[in-house]
Design a protein. Sequence first.
Length: 255
Amino acid sequence: MRINGNTIFIPGATSGIGLALAERLHDAGNTVIVGGRRRELLAEIAARHPGIDTVVIDTTDAASIASAASEVIERHPDLNVLVAMAGIMRIEDWTRPSGFVSTAEETVTTNLLGPIRLIGAFIEHLQTREDATIMTVSSGLAFAPLRVTPTYNATKAAIHMLSESLRLQLAHTSVRIVELEPPSVATDLMPGQSESSFAMPLDAFADEVISILRDEPDVTEVQVERVKFLRYGEARGDYAEVVKTLNASDPHAAE
């Protein structure tokens, strides 16, 4: 993925990692469209960052995704990058069925069905562009589980394998698949996470991601150094120790 000259749609970018990357990609010389559910937040972003466009979208709603996709493509026919950013992370207690089923369903809808529907809404258009990218967002927890967030872990593992599979299917098209794999980052994804001593500062994370994209334009998995402890435990042969360390620390130790 080239670092500038793109037209990029980032649904789920009204805060946290999504917004931090949207700001930096805009500053790097890209046309950026931010998507989110709340019109007031979108208006604030547009006011603070002249040149960033905004579109209302609810990535849990198939009709909203279809409508937003039509709007984005009509207003920005040069769109060539989709960043499927939106996601939620919830604590679940699977020892009590009434305490996890609805949360698990909501997590699957947001974290897995949302990106699938987004890609489905844009894939035909992206294949008409000479140089296109879909950036998926998994997690360090796709590779090592956090005990308190089983469905989140599972959806991010599914996103990783979806990314691997789509890269194979789209190999002979103009569309590249890039997977972003965050560690724990100081955002509001989980209560208290923005103040957690285990979380990577948001600005440091976003700056490192942009550096990787700039220095490694052919990268397929965007991994800041901090996530590699989780990502490569099995390959190093210390997976059991990684899982033990992760779950002995702060419950928000990874996103």
